[in-house]
Design a protein around this ligand. Structure first.
Ligand code: AMP
Ligand code: MG
Length: 663
């Protein structure tokens, strides 16, 4: 072994050392359960609200009340008229009606808002009063001006045409807010309504809990700040933004430190500064396999008690690291966006809420049915993000399934379900409790599940303009067919060729489904502009050339994709280099070619344009809709079908490079 190492040229030895460093992952010393991790972390933390500070009422929105607010005044502050009319003694009005009006002498004052009445309403008299006016001494009711008539002749008097019950149209002092009443409780988050109540009590300064200052740092050589151009192999720092926003939602004050390269010295300096100026530090990245556990090593050098948890039996979120330096919590979240936000909510948000004076978040749950079997890893509690769909019989929780690296899975999910650490799978048809995320909107009017296409957004946009909400879940053509057959969606967009007949989609129509034509998308060969093997040729010519060229690298598509069927037909049994590379979307094919990871592949024309690639047309693909017959009469489905046929829609679809079907 050492012989062979000696024999290695120094450049190779250097490479091997770099590979070892990149692949090194300090073993998780001890992977603990979710509960154990929280207990260890919180044992070292002060979870009492931070001290109070005073803010102006105008700055109080979103802050948390530090103390109960006891009303110092009544609202209204006096007995008040609710209408324009006349303040009367109810006893004087008994028996008044249109046929038998009662006449009362008019007192000489008029009670407008802000006027303190002086005259007493003695028996047989009344006083004109405006809405909001102070009820004068002697009066106990108000008669609306609409039920009175001024007497034309003689001394000023009014005819009443209605009997007034005592208290009619009077709001008594303190009936809204009573002096001495506890108006708002500490721990209440102040919104517009609370601000209104505080102002009505005459408060212009409010004692609120100081917000915990939370530093947010991202690490990774690949990270690029949003707003800057994306460098090759770069990824936008989305964790920094979402964590900072989640900190604010949990009642903290985020300080965005930005993204740092994977350099221990640079990171350590930044983390030390963050700790010095904040109550808490949240890092993301540099904690999972391959990164050399950079963040963890940095945290281990900062002080006592140090790292309390490194490794939690959770999916997503295993590499989570939790520590306390002095009395300040520090969390290193996994870099993958979904893992980062999940572990943030599970471990960090509760601490921020406690310090911010907010009560623990009450988890809202709903029961639902999981329609498909979901495999799960034994030994780790798994959180599965789901979209909720109203099925015929029950609410259905459909796994969103983009994986923990996805940015969109958390934001597009309605909630999550927990799969026990001891379960290896969740069976199809299982009843589950779904913990809802954020404010779950009402069920959508239309559920579309299947293959996604840019022109579909045109139809969905037009639906929204007409007041129909639609939810689209991109589950692929085959996933859409399955969902339509189970009645989980209204419409399934599909584009699958029947290899036997060469026809599109017709073979997918089963009982209870109807096929509605959508549009045609031209499929063709994508290549980098200027490549002489393709430029200026027909698809057939180009194909001949590349099949004879061992250096031409293709990018294929996944089995089950309509495009894959077409590729196999074109290749006629050939297996050119790159055939095994099988991404799942048109965009992935285009990206591989644009970034020089492949030379050619098959995709639709609009995608070629989007990536600035050359295109050699092969044949049109049919993108149609399977409509679930039992749901066809629903207004949203009807609107979808109408919009599909409208000329304005067809124009917009054409502008995207598709050809609408039918006439
Ligand atoms: P790491 O934990 O550093 O090994 O990162 C795991 C994965 O998460 C990699 O694909 C990173 O590119 C990605 N990642 C790490 N930090 C961020 C971030 N701040 N924003 C978006 N993705 C990130
Ligand atoms: Mg990293």
């Amino acid at each position: 072994m050492s012989e062979s190492q000696k024999a290695r040229p120094s450049g190779d030895a250097n490479l091997i050392a770099r590979v070892r460093a990149a692949a090194r992952q300090e073993q998780f010393l001890e992977v603990v359960s979710h509960e154990e991790a929280r207990a260890r972390f919180e044992k070292h933390l002060d979870l009492m609200p931070l001290p109070a500070e005073t803010v102006a009422l105008a700055e109080a929105r979103m802050r948390v009340l530090a103390h109960d607010i006891v009303a110092a005044v009544d609202a209204p502050p006096f007995d008040r008229s609710n209408v324009d009319g006349f303040a009367v003694r109810a006893a004087d009005t008994v028996g008044a009606s249109d046929g038998n009006p009662k006449v009362l002498t008019l007192n000489t004052e008029v009670i407008a808002c802000g006027y303190s009445p002086a005259a007493v309403v003695v028996p047989g008299t009344c006083t004109a009063i405006a809405t909001g006016g102070v009820i004068p001494r002697g009066a106990d009711a108000v008669v609306m001006i609409e039920h009175t008539e001024l007497v034309d002749s003689g001394p000023p008097a009014v005819e009443l045409r209605r009997t007034a019950a005592p208290g009619q149209f009077v709001s008594y002092a303190g009936s809204d807010i009573a002096r001495g009443e506890t108006l708002l409780r500490r721990g209440t988050r102040i919104g517009a309504r609370e601000i209104g109540m505080l102002a009505a009590c005459g408060l212009d300064r409010i004692e609120v809990v100081r917000r915990p200052k939370v530093a947010v740092l991202s690490t990774g050589d690949e990270l690029v700040e949003p707003g800057r151009p994306l460098k090759p192999a770069g990824v936008y720092d989305s964790n920094g933004a979402i964590i900072a926003a989640a900190v604010a939602e949990a009642g903290g004050e985020p300080f965005i430190f930005g993204a740092y390269p994977d350099d221990a010295a640079v990171l350590e300096k930044a983390v030390r500064e963050a700790l010095a100026t904040n109550d808490m530090v949240v890092l993301s990245g540099g904690t999972s396999k391959g990164a050399g556990d950079l963040s963890h090593r940095v945290v281990s050098r900062l002080g006592k008690p140090g790292i309390l948890v490194h490794g939690v039996a959770l999916k997503p979120g295993k590499p989570l690291c939790l520590g306390v330096i002095g009395d300040k919590p520090i969390a290193v979240l996994p870099g993958f966006p979904t893992s980062a936000i999940f572990t943030f909510h599970a471990f960090v948000a509760p601490v921020i809420r406690a310090r911010a004076g907010l009560p623990p978040e009450a988890a809202k749950t709903t029961s639902a049915l999981v329609p498909i079997r979901v495999a799960s890893e034994l030994g780790r509690k798994e959180f599965l993000l789901v979209s909720l769909i109203e099925g015929e019989q029950a609410t259905i929780a459909f796994p969103t399934g983009k994986g923990s690296g996805a940015v969109t899975s958390f934001s597009q999910a309605d909630g999550f379900i927990e799969i026990d650490a001891l379960a290896s799978a969740l069976d199809a048809g299982s009843d589950v409790q779904v913990t809802l995320i954020g404010s779950t909107a009402d069920a959508p009017d239309l559920v579309i599940m299947g293959s996604h296409d840019v022109a579909l957004d045109v139809v969905v946009g037009a639906l929204a303009d007409r007041g129909f909400s639609a939810r689209t879940l991109a589950v692929g053509s085959l996933g859409g067919v399955a969902a339509a057959n189970r009645g989980e969606c209204d419409i399934a967009p599909v584009h699958l060729i029947d290899p036997a007949s060469g026809n599109y989609n017709k073979h997918l129509v089963g009982p209870g489904l109807i096929l509605v034509p959508g549009w045609r998308r031209m499929q063709g060969i994508l290549f980098r502009p200027g490549d002489p093997r393709f430029e200026g040729r027909s698809a057939q010519e180009a194909l001949k050339i590349i099949l004879a060229d061992a250096a031409a690298l293709m990018v294929n598509r996944n089995a089950g994709a309509g495009t894959r069927v077409l590729i196999d037909k074109l290749l006629g049994g050939a297996r050119p280099p790159g055939y095994a590379n099988q991404p799942k979307s048109h965009n992935a094919v285009a990206a591989a070619i644009a970034q020089n990871r492949a030379d050619w592949g098959l995709a639709i024309e609009p995608v070629a344009k989007l990536y600035g690639l050359g295109f050699l047309p092969v044949s049109p693909e049919h993108y149609d809709f399977l409509v679930v017959e039992s749901r066809r009469a629903r207004p949203a489905v009807q609107a979808f079908l109408t919009i599909l046929r409208e000329e304005t829609t067809r124009e917009r679809i054409r502008a995207l490079g598709m050809e609408p079907a039918g006439g």
